[in-house]
Design a protein around this ligand. Sequence first.
Ligand code: SME
Length: 155
Amino acid sequence: MDKFDKEANYIKIEAILFSLISKRDALVSSLANFVAVLKSQFDFFWVGFYLVDDNKLVLGPFQGPLACTEIKFGKGVCGSAWSECKTIVVGDVHQFPGHIACSSETNSEIVLPVINAEGKVVAVLDIDSITFNDFDAVDQKYLEKLLKWFASQVY
Ligand code: SME
């Protein structure tokens, strides 16, 4: 997908999510709909949330093949995005030290922290692709913007 199509797709996704998700819905429902919209609009290989639960991440709503259920603080790409409180874009997961391979088909991924009003990471969004270098600054920009808005609605 070229840059223009990707941006246009994110703008469409923003409009869908803005009309779909509200403070009235249960947290789990909003998390589930958020990943459903991303999966259906982009056909990502795997997209889902891991939720902070004490000193670990637990698997939340996702779409795609089955996945590992727990990730420790600082471990893998997800645990690193949590501990470093920042987005991590990995062009080749096989080069990322400590990458947790839930599926052998994944070759690149982006993981973004979901940050609440107190500045604490409450979840991470993980998106995986079978294509190397599938995520770039456009994905990062729109997903960070979406998650900032999303966190303000649901957390
Ligand atoms: N690859 C992730 C683990 C989650 S799965 O890919 C769904 C990681 O290294 O944290």
